[in-house]
Design a protein around this ligand. Structure first.
Ligand SMILES: Cc1cc2nc3c(=O)[nH]c(=O)nc-3n(C[C@H](O)[C@H](O)[C@H](O)COP(=O)(O)O)c2cc1C
Length: 231
C-alpha cells in the first residue's frame, strides 16, 4: 500500500469511528472531485461524423437535475451522430477573469494556468457550445460565468469565434419570470459574441438539494432528448 492510500485508509478508519463512515466517505469523495484529473472532469463521449459539440455542465453535483437533463440532451446528440465532449466544471478549478489584459498583449494566451487551459482547445474546435446550469439566485452558476469570462482571452478586438450556442437550465420554481435573467443574458451574450442561438431548454419545478433524491420531471428529460436529436 503506498503512502497516499495508507493515509486515506487510516483517515477512513479514524473518521468512521468519529463521524460515521458515510460522512467521512462523502468528505473524501468531495476532496477527490475538487482535484480530479482530466479524465474525470472531461468526458469524450463520442467521436461522430457530424457536428463537434462541447457541453459545459456547471452544476456542482453529478447525477443531479442539471446533469441528468444534460445527459438526456447528449443522448439525442449521440444518436444523431455528433461528436460530443462533456466538461464537468464542478470538478475543475476555474477562476474568473482577472482583467489583467495579458491575453490581449501576448498571443491570446490566458495568464491563469488552471482547468480552463484544458478547455480552450476543445472550445476552439467545437461548432456548438452547450452551456448547462442550475438556476442559482435567478441566474447561471458562478462556475459557468467564470468559463464565459475566460473566453475573453481568445477574443481579438472584441470579436469571438463563431459558434452555435445552446442553454440548458433547471430550477426549483416554475414561474413566468423564473428563467428571465439567464435567458436575457444568454441572448445578449449571443448578440455580443456573434453566436447563433441553437436551442434553449429551461426545466422548472425540479426538487432541490433539500431533498436527498433530486427529481426532475420525466417530460423534461424526454424534451431535452428530442432537442438533442434535432440539433
Ligand atoms: C445556491 C442555490 C441557489 C438557488 N437559487 C434558485 C433560484 O433562484 N430559483 C429557483 O427556482 N431555484 C433555485 N435553486 C434550486 C436549483 O436551481 C434547483 O434545485 C436545481 O434543479 C438544482 O440543480 P442540480 O440538481 O443540478 O444541482 C437554488 C439552489 C441552490 C443550491
Amino acid at each position: 500500500m503506498d503512502r497516499k492510500h495508507f493515509l486515506k485508509s487510516a483517515l477512513l478508519t479514524t473518521g468512521s469511528l468519529l463521524l460515521g463512515s458515510a460522512a467521512i466517505y462523502r468528505y473524501l469523495g468531495n476532496r477527490e472531485t475538487a482535484d480530479a484529473p482530466l479524465s474525470q472532469a472531461i468526458d469524450k463521449i463520442q467521436d461522430g461524423n457530424m457536428k463537434k459539440v462541447l457541453v459545459v455542465m456547471s452544476a456542482g453535483t453529478k447525477r443531479g437535475n442539471t446533469d441528468r437533463l444534460t445527459d438526456a440532451y447528449i443522448k439525442g446528440l449521440v444518436e444523431r451522430g455528433h461528436s460530443v465532449t462533456k466538461v464537468y466544471l464542478g470538478s475543475m478549478k476555474i477562476e474568473g477573469c482577472r482583467g489583467c489584459g495579458v491575453c490581449q498583449r501576448l498571443a491570446h494566451q490566458c495568464a491563469i494556468k488552471d482547468g480552463m487551459q484544458d478547455i480552450y482547445p476543445l472550445f476552439a474546435e467545437c461548432d456548438t457550445i452547450v452551456m448547462a446550469s442550475p438556476l442559482y439566485f435567478w441566474t447561471i452558476t458562478s462556475r459557468l460565468k467564470s468559463f464565459i469570462e475566460r473566453l475573453y482571452a481568445i477574443s481579438t478586438d472584441d470579436k469571438y469565434p463563431k459558434k452555435d450556442a445552446v442553454l440548458l437550465m433547471t430550477a426549483g420554481d416554475d414561474e413566468d419570470a423564473t428563467f428571465e435573467q439567464p435567458l436575457r443574458y444568454f441572448r445578449l451574450l449571443n448578440q455580443a459574441l456573434g453566436w447563433n442561438e441553437a436551442g434553449v431548454y429551461c426545466a422548472g419545478d425540479c426538487t432541490g438539494c433539500e431533498k436527498l433524491a433530486r427529481e426532475i420531471g420525466k417530460e423534461h428529460l424526454e424534451n431535452a432528448y428530442k432537442m438533442g436529436l434535432a440539433l
